[in-house]
Design a protein around this ligand. Sequence first.
Ligand SMILES: Cc1ncc(COP(=O)(O)O)c(C=O)c1O
Length: 459
Amino acid sequence: MNIEWANSVDLHLDLEAAGGRRQALEQALREAIRSGRLAPQTRLPSTRALAAGLHLARNTVAAAYEQLTAEGYLSARVGSGTEVAGAPPRPAPASVPAAPAAPRFDLRPGSPEVGTFPVDAWLRATRRALAGAPVSAYDYGDPRGRPELRAALADYLGRARGVLADPERMLICSGYVQALGLLARTIGGPIALEDPGLAFHREVVRHHGAEVLALPVDELGARTDLLGRDGLLSARAAVLTPAHQYPMGVTLHPARRRAAVAWARTHDAVVVEDDYDGEFRYDRQPVGALQAMSPEHVVYIGTAAKTLGPALRLAWMVLPERLMEPLTAAKRLADLHTESIGQLALADLITSHAYDRHIRSCRLNYRRRRDLLIDRLGRRHPLGGVAAGMHAVIDLPAGGPGEADVVASAAARGLAVGALGPHWHTAPAAQGLIIGYATPSRASYPAAVDLLARTLHGR
Ligand SMILES: Cc1ncc(COP(=O)(O)O)c(C=O)c1O
């Protein structure tokens, strides 16, 4: 039975337990307090109100309250009724497995400096967006996403990333990972993924029923010149990170960009452009999107994971016309559509240009961090992939300490770093560290870099 408490919380009490009605009520209250459903300091209804709600005698409720007060679950306050005191401490379980201690400094790649999430701007954008939103915004919506966000993104992507984007060809997704899964499901056939690349993305593609093929990467980026040949003959799609290869950090060479597009055209295949950190380029203007070279053969995917934060789970696809319908259908079947309130807030953030301002300030922050990293390490340990993004690669040449040794000695000092190892499809072709320089807080970053330098120099 659901009882509305004096302070307006609802609680379901199951009085079907064996024994008398008083014992059943006591048992139900104990269980609710222990499980946390009734939090400490929650005011209980008066004995009269609860008795009426549960069709019990008032004495029965009063006796149950007294019993639980005596047991320490409830406390009776003169003049303010009865409230939850909190569950008596439970005996500690015999053996609790020790949780791994969080590293003191975290230089693993993957996240931006999440502490810079523009909380105030986001609140203002949400407030403005909701004040102006039609009532229908709170209902089920278009599987492609909110029209406000698709329009704002089409404009932003055109001017900032050189994407040829039409709001009618866009699909808003819950993160890049959902976009990749929907594509894998829709394309069905084998998909070439960069080697090295994120193991998690290989898992996602396989989970959605497509075979993964390895597309090697060299100093010019992904070997798109190999597409359509030998082991890659059956590929129906190739997923690339052209602006800043993940994890090696190279920018895809113009000849390789042309080769990718030519392959997609001649084989009726698609190139998937994962533009996960394309906004962050330090040595010159960001490299424009590959998508503009052939919008009918390239799927562009952007994400808010690096520009704002992974927590938003917001990403966007710009699709060739022939993929629009099957992907919209797949998205609808996956989750109807991505939640709308965050989409409206992001649309406002973009149209008010607060998004651009935030990115500019992050770019400056990461550029300074990158410069410090190069300054402290660069002479003895050349860094790869530093022209863009928020991670760099440190080569570990054969003959010196390997990845496992360096990662372990860093961990012993309280420093977490990434390694290339898990990124290879099969046998590792090289050893190296991946340093994500955005993650630590601004205050702790210099100390994290010092510790990395000392670890690498064996001091
Ligand atoms: C290569 C790459 N692509 C895409 C993403 C973004 O993924 P999502 O939008 O699912 O957070 C990341 C995030 O770390 C990434 O490393």
